[in-house]
Design a protein around this ligand. Structure first.
Ligand SMILES: *Cc1c(COP(=O)(O)O)cnc(C)c1O
Length: 371
């Protein structure tokens, strides 16, 4: 006989009238996180955690019985200094995901339209839906650049775009951002999660346009993805709105202390790894081409290789302990694998195993086992 609890959970799982209707068609975020010896799936800093942040994490442990700062004041000051802006122009969050989520809530009303390129960072569209907004998807141009004209003329309340774009790696040039801001009256969320790798920053444009919010993160170049620290930079009045939408206590005290320490004392460590990532990325692209793959030009710490074999390749690589991210049916691109760039010895192991997998494939050895 089913227990009361079974009956209750069955009821919840089947009754679509329970809860917010916009959530019925949403699915929880899933990516393969099975451990991999060579894990090139998530574009994080494969050199590890910066040293000052590491010791700050240990020291911060003793203070966790108390609440963190409500709106992470000290972190905002450190970020403002890093970005060369006033602290009132900075909002923090539990990862930049949280900042994007809060921006959608703060900058639009339920039912409003949000224009986004496709493909882009898929989480952005999910957050738009979670906030009751309707996504207007604008496919990339044939050359895989973001279609600024169609984004700008989309009549959306908010436009989201990422530069460098994930998963393509393509950069949206500064003139194009300016063109977008001129074409449209929408609020523009510009996601610069990989800004350090591209060596660009658009925060100075906020002085001329208070509709621009630049979103960045400590998850990539700063090597702190597990701590979940992201931030947004914008006009102070806009940032106050985003902060209200974000809510209190979102950055935990360990994350706040480690982030402040890294921003003050690990910048050189970060800059050196960013340089190395760029060198290794370009070197990796050359070798991938000799293996018959065709990586797209990237301004970030990853390479996207369109290939009809993406699924098989991902599975074969996983079988030899290598994780790459598989994309299926990307608009204007099709199927592809995305590879995070890391220290060269790791790239060498990856390339050896990739070459072996491609060799077996071309000899027809894997067709039967992977059908
Ligand atoms: C990785 C990534 C993020 C980072 O998210 P966090 O929540 O800060 O870890 C944001 N935007 C893009 C485009 C990304 O690729």
């Amino acid at each position: 006989m089913p227990t009361l609890l079974d009956a209750w959970s069955l009821h919840l799982a089947t009754d679509r009238s329970v809860g917010r209707s916009a959530y019925c068609d949403l699915v929880c975020y899933t990516v393969d996180q099975a451990p991999m010896a060579v894990d090139l799936r998530d574009n994080t800093n494969l050199w590890g955690v910066p040293p000052t942040a590491q010791s700050a994490i240990r020291e911060a442990a003793v203070a966790v019985s108390r609440y963190p700062q409500i709106y992470a004041r000290e972190l905002r000051v450190a970020l403002a200094e890093y970005m060369g802006v006033e602290a009132e122009m900075v909002v923090t969050g539990c990862g930049s995901d949280d900042v994007i989520d809060a921006c959608f809530r703060a900058l639009a009303d339920p039912g409003d339209r949000v224009a986004l390129p496709s493909p882009c960072f898929a989480t952005a569209e999910t957050f738009a839906r979670m906030n009751g907004l309707s996504p207007v998807v604008v496919t990339l141009n044939d050359d895989r650049s973001v279609d600024i004209g169609r984004l700008g003329r989309s009549d959306a309340r908010v436009i989201y775009l990422s530069s460098p774009n994930n998963p393509t790696g393509g950069l949206v040039r500064r003139e194009e951002i300016e063109r977008l801001l001129n074409l449209s009256r929408a609020s523009v969320i510009l996601d610069e999660a990989y800004g350090e790798y591209a060596g660009v920053g658009s925060c100075d444009m906020i002085a001329h346009c208070d509709r621009l919010v630049v979103v960045r993160t400590l998850s990539k170049a700063f090597g702190l993805a597990g701590l979940r620290v992201g931030y947004g930079v914008g006009d102070p009045a806009v940032i106050r709105m985003v902060e209200k939408a974000r809510g209190p206590y979102k950055v935990n005290s360990v994350a706040e202390r480690a982030a402040v320490a890294a921003l003050r004392a690990d910048r050189e460590w970060v800059a050196e790894r960013v340089c190395q990532a760029i060198i290794n990325r370009d070197r990796l692209a050359v070798v991938l081409r000799t293996l018959g793959l065709t990586p797209l030009p990237s301004a970030a710490n990853f390479l996207l290789c369109p290939t009809a074999d993406a699924r098989t390749l991902t599975r074969l690589l996983a079988a030899v302990g290598v994780g790459v991210r598989c994309f299926v049916g990307l608009s204007t691109i099709g199927d592809a694998i995305r590879i995070t760039v890391g220290p060269w010895p790791l790239m060498e192991i990856f390339l050896e195993r990739l070459a072996a997998v491609l060799e077996r494939k071309s000899n027809g050895e894997v067709a039967a086992s992977c059908a």
